[in-house]
Ligand binder design. Structure first.
Ligand code: ADE
Length: 222
């Protein structure tokens, strides 16, 4: 999978070199391109934003700068993702869908967002355009939101995780409930013992206990 991100802060994407994402890149499963929006600025001050038509607080990112940055990245293979708190809420099924894509482009808006004609333009050219929010809170920009999405999406690509079984077992899997609580060594830690059942070796009973615990946890947290 090819992933491009357009941002005025390319440094935000340094963590892509780490851990699973770094390894996925080394092994050629994913390939990242990070593009500095400001290098596409068309005026002498490298300006990327201006005041909103109709008035109001804040600044809006100018469409031509975005057009210059995005045009060379867009193809029929591309899913363009515009990060905005007003977008569709990102969740595990959306991550699973995007993990099957071949090319994702993340447009990281800042300030009051990107001039809406950018979205309209690429839609009118029959591109797949998605406005996505990672949650009901407002971030300073789309960079951190892109990183969240990239991590959730890429770990679902076959070959990225060492043990693919952990995908099926974990929280928010297809069955829709949360993962059961986990324990490792030592058997007793600060006077808290590991639940007996997990030491029993009875896999059927362990599976039942875990399912019940997962439901309990879901009730508490929702
Ligand atoms: N930009 C600012 N807040 C955001 C959010 N919650 N999700 C995606 N992009 C954002």
């Amino acid at each position: 999978m090819r992933i491009d991100a357009v941002t005025i802060f390319p440094e935000y994407f340094a963590p892509l070199k780490l851990s699973l994402l770094g390894k996925a890149q080394e092994s050629g499963i994913v390939d990242f391109g990070i593009h500095d929006l400001r290098s596409f600025a068309t005026n002498v001050h490298n300006q990327v934003d201006d005041t909103p038509y109709g008035g109001g607080a804040g600044m809006v990112m100018m469409p031509e700068v975005w057009g210059q940055a995005l045009d060379p990245l867009m193809s029929t293979e591309t899913d363009l993702i515009i990060l905005t708190p007003a977008g569709k809420r990102f969740d595990q099924p959306m991550a699973a869908n995007f993990s099957k894509a071949s090319h994702l482009v993340f447009a990281c808006g800042r300030y009051e967002g990107i001039d809406d004609r950018v979205r309209q333009h690429y839609l009118s050219k029959n591109h797949r355009v998605h406005e996505v929010s990672i949650g009901d809170y407002v971030l300073g920009g789309g960079e951190v939101a892109s990183l969240v999405m990239i991590e959730a999406i890429t770990r679902l690509i076959p070959g990225v995780l060492g043990n693919p079984e952990s995908l099926a077992e974990e929280s928010h899997n297809e069955e829709g409930y949360l993962e059961y609580p986990n324990y490792t060594k030592p058997q007793n830690w600060r006077d808290i013992p590991v639940p007996e059942i997990l030491l029993s070796g009875n896999h059927g009973e362990i599976a039942k206990w875990r399912a019940a615990q997962a439901i309990e946890r879901a009730k508490e947290n929702f």
